[in-house]
Design a protein. Structure first.
Ligand SMILES: Nc1ncnc2c1ncn2[C@@H]1O[C@H](COP(=O)(O)OP(=O)(O)OP(=O)(O)O)[C@@H](O)[C@H]1O
Ligand SMILES: O=C(O)C1=C[C@@H](O)[C@@H](O)[C@H](O)C1
Ligand SMILES: [Mg+2]
Length: 172
């Protein structure tokens, strides 16, 4: 197997990167890595605490380090945090990787995210905040993606199958 992730999932909060990524890895029989989990594991802190206490730029650096390690070492499915694409160094890494944008409409994202608990960037009101973030990020997701997979009105299993088909992935 060539080094580097088989697939990298990007997209906004609630698009299902973590959920779909874990299912996809299971079906393909490869490891799953989620940069939010990786940052939490290495720092022993929650993402919410890092963003709230140290600020978003500090978190973006930690996230970038996690993406850089994964780009070099991880050979399975990689799910990123929703804002990872904001970091120019992270975008440079993603440009060379098989990146898939999981898209979602705001109404569907709101159903999935509820009150936004544990996601400090939604603290000023989940819908308003999410729409604002997405307005800034959509072009970045689209610019990086080798495939765009809509997730509205689909189950996580249907979505992981769509990702598999788009990238023609096969079980290891
Ligand atoms: N296709 C789907 N249909 C219904 N609910 C879903 C779907 N995908 C994910 N969910 C639910 O939406 C919530 C958010 O999903 P998940 O954490 O996978 O999103 P994410 O893209 O990883 O978000 P973040 O950027 O915050 O890490 C979870 O409760 C999950 O169970
Ligand atoms: O969209 C975002 O900026 C974020 C998404 C989550 O995955 C976490 O990385 C964090 O809550 C920030
Ligand atoms: Mg996630």
């Amino acid at each position: 197997m060539t080094a580097g992730p088989l697939v990298v999932l990007v997209g906004p909060m609630g698009s299902g990167k973590s959920t779909v990524g874990a299912l996809l890895a299971e079906r393909l029989g490869v490891p799953f890595l989620d940069t939010d989990h990786e940052v939490q594991r290495r720092t022993g802190r929650t993402v919410a605490d890092i963003i709230t206490t140290d600020g978003e730029p500090s978190f973006r650096e930690l996230e970038h380090e996690a993406v850089a390690r994964a780009a070099a070492e991880h050979t399975g499915v990689l799910a990123l945090g929703g804002g990872a694409v904001l970091h120019p160094g992270t975008r440079a890494l993603l440009a060379a990787l098989p990146t898939v944008f999981l898209d979602v409409r705001v109404d569907e994202a709101m159903k999935r995210l509820g009150d936004g608990a544990g996601r400090p960037l939604l603290a000023d009101g989940p819908q308003r905040s999410w729409e604002h973030l997405m307005a800034d990020r959509r072009a970045l997701y689209l610019g990086l993606a080798r495939a765009v997979v809509p997730t509205d009105d689909r189950t996580p299993h249907e979505i992981e199958r769509a990702v598999t088909e788009e990238l023609e992935l096969e079980k290891a």
